[in-house]
Design a protein around this ligand. Structure first.
Ligand SMILES: Nc1ncnc2c1ncn2[C@@H]1O[C@H](COP(=O)(O)OP(=O)(O)OP(=O)(O)O)[C@@H](O)[C@H]1O
Ligand SMILES: [Mg+2]
Length: 186
């Protein structure tokens, strides 16, 4: 994660449904041109989180993993969702250099899996979501804002995004504070 991120909130999710519901709450309030940068190892829950974002945006279509497509877009919600996956090596250019980066500021919500691999292409401010295994059904979910704390170039300011993180209501199954040694639940 970036050293200059702000407003970090570390949570523990105890089920896929809880992660989905947390992301859904975020999807309800994200402003246009939001970039959600997701990192976490295989099976950490990145796609699960994006499904929740889609649900919060009011998108009925089921979000699939875009591993073998460059970008998948979903319409029909409050804002369009652009779902990227940067898992494949060497994809950065195809994803972002040849005009793909237009989707990052196309008035929707852009969700990027494996964002750490393409961080240099991603605009600031952006929302960082770091998912980490705590146990078979539990995950640490770290939300923060990367860059733009003072002023934004288009889109919402970092301070606005940090405010959204801070005031996000926690659904059942999500609790405050988590680390691998401290799952955040008794
Ligand atoms: N608390 C949890 N939150 C999210 N997913 C969970 C949780 N507990 C278990 N899971 C399971 O972990 C898996 C997460 O899969 P998902 O496809 O979302 O991960 P991913 O990070 O996108 O993986 P990939 O790197 O392959 O894209 C699912 O099978 C889900 O059911
Ligand atoms: Mg995935």
């Amino acid at each position: 994660m970036a050293a200059d991120d702000t407003g970090a909130r570390v949570l523990a999710s105890d089920s896929p449904e809880a992660t989905l519901a947390l992301a859904e709450a975020l999807g309800r309030v994200l402003p246009a041109d939001s970039v959600v940068a997701l990192t976490g190892e295989l099976g950490a829950g990145k796609t699960c989180f994006v499904r929740g974002l889609a649900r919060g945006l009011g998108i009925a279509e089921v979000v699939a993993s875009p591993t073998y497509t460059l970008m998948q877009s979903y319409a029909g919600g409050r804002l369009p969702l652009y779902h990227f996956d940067a898992w494949m090596e060497g994809r950065e250019k195809a994803l972002f250099a040849d005009g793909g980066d237009e989707w990052l500021r196309a008035g929707g919500v852009a969700a990027v899996e494996w964002a750490d691999r393409v961080a240099e292409w991603l605009p600031e401010p952006r929302l960082a979501v770091v998912l980490e295994h705590l146990g078979p059904d539990s995950r640490a979910v770290r939300l923060s804002v990367v860059g733009g704390a003072v002023q934004a170039v288009g889109g919402a300011s970092g301070a606005v995004l940090a405010g959204l993180i801070g005031s996000l209501p926690l659904p059942p199954g999500v609790s405050e504070g988590a680390s691998p040694g401290n799952p955040g639940r008794p």
